[in-house]
Ligand binder design. Sequence first.
Ligand SMILES: Nc1ncnc2c1ncn2[C@@H]1O[C@H](COP(=O)(O)OP(=O)(O)OP(=O)(O)O)[C@@H](O)[C@H]1O
Length: 539
Amino acid sequence: MSKVTSALVQLSDAWFTRSGGSIFSTKSNYLKPTNNNNGDIRPVFSSSINYTLNSKSRVAVIGDYPKTDFLSVLTNKFISHPINSRTYPSSLNDPVFKTELLRFVNNGLWGHGAHDSTGGFTHLSSRYEFFKDYEIDEIVENFISNQSYNSNIEFNKDKINYLIKNLNLVGLQGQFLTTLSNGQFRRARIAKSLYSEPSLLCIDDPFLGLDPVATKTVDNILMKTSHDENIKTTIVIGLRNQDDIPEWIDEVVIVNETGIVKSGRRLDLLDDLNSLKRNFNEKHKILEDRISKNMGKIKKIEQNNLIDPTKSIVEMNNTTVSYENKPIIKDLTWNVKNGEKWHIRGRNGSGKTTLLSLITLDHPQSWNKSIKVFGIERSPGKVNYFDTNKFIGFTSPELHALYPKKHTVFQTISTGYIVGSYIPPTIEELGNEKVNRINQFLKLLEIDNLKGFKFGEIHVSKQKLVLLIRSIINNPKILILDEALSAMTDEDLIKGKCLIDQLNTTCLIIGHVENEIPKCNKYILVNDAKRGKYEIGDV
Ligand SMILES: Nc1ncnc2c1ncn2[C@@H]1O[C@H](COP(=O)(O)OP(=O)(O)OP(=O)(O)O)[C@@H](O)[C@H]1O
């Protein structure tokens, strides 16, 4: 019994549903939930769960998307059946007991618009200000300490300085939140969660979209917090089967759709963890073969996309972009030829997204005569937003977070035919040819069964696949993929990569994780430590 006293979460023969339903008898003879395909009342896992999470234990939950479900179970997001099969210590009645789930991708189920699933805000750089539907901006330091909304709460300057230093946010404290890069914003969100010291903090994919240095930084602070007995927060992280598990993790819980497959000390389960990775690699290979064969058919759809490889598509000639006199892009001379596939490299905050937003005219400083896109100089009268973007396909974390969740998958893809609007055209407006093309892509990627589902109702990974199809549906001359394949499941990732590999469109690709990057033949390294010096080469 002594363990129970240190238990933070206790699951005893517990079943879970995403929302309330009447599948359980209200009497004591509780019924096993039926898999009746009836929306939310299906159980989250197909078997019951027994598990104890002890206070200050260092745990990683490993699995494909069920790991997110398991973290949701721990943080009280799902309903337990019977109700008392999940218990927290008596301190649950204590107002300071708090659980939090931090996620970096919004699946649209728990949040809308610029709000994300944890009630924070979705990163929305100034480059995409036109997406904003209400004012969300605030200073980084206030965001972390929650000052903007409650200036009466105690402000612990030492703690904030410690977090800012240890999450490498020095110099950014006074910057507006919406101006942070993706990686900077994710670190700020981790700082905010750590600042509020919840009793239990579950972080799903804590290293998502981080460069190797930032990954180490985040790893370090999570390790320190986990070991520091003066900080009451217990940290649980969610990782995919193929991810490396940090050494400071003592305990792992391997999950799949059925529930817990195995749990125990990390060092005792090394064989199981290695076999998960091996399976992942083998499955990856088999899937790659199958999908790439299937994807060959895309060539047929794309055959009229003839390309002259000698033609320049993007030219920058000594281009400079500055924020408050601080250059982010400095004297850049860059030439992208038709059909080339570029990997845009560089650390978080180095300026990769800024660079690409110059091309789409999303950046206020894109009207710069040193830039030519499709051979046309950037000056008012010569180019306009709509004509330029007619030929550019685009997907990014910002677009994903803010994309309306209420349209069907088919409608979502159909908006790829329209520049600057997210209102889907009618079938009549689309016409047969476009309707067929959408259907062909849905079929090739084996997601035609999702066609009528609402975008917000499908899994995050499938949402990313849908946005990828949306970005290529109008046969773009330039395809901009900003972290397009991150946070995808194994199978969807391979599908996404194979799809991009088959296209002969010019591609500009941002991605930090090697296996999430489609084949590229060129790269440019944006180096924030050496502004004005760019490494450009063949891959
Ligand atoms: N309006 C602004 N004022 C000041 N700094 C800004 C502004 N907008 C962006 N920045 C800074 O410009 C830099 C480049 O941001 P950008 O989003 O292009 O980086 P990135 O390389 O794409 O990063 P990540 O890999 O994290 O997505 C960042 O350091 C960011 O804080």
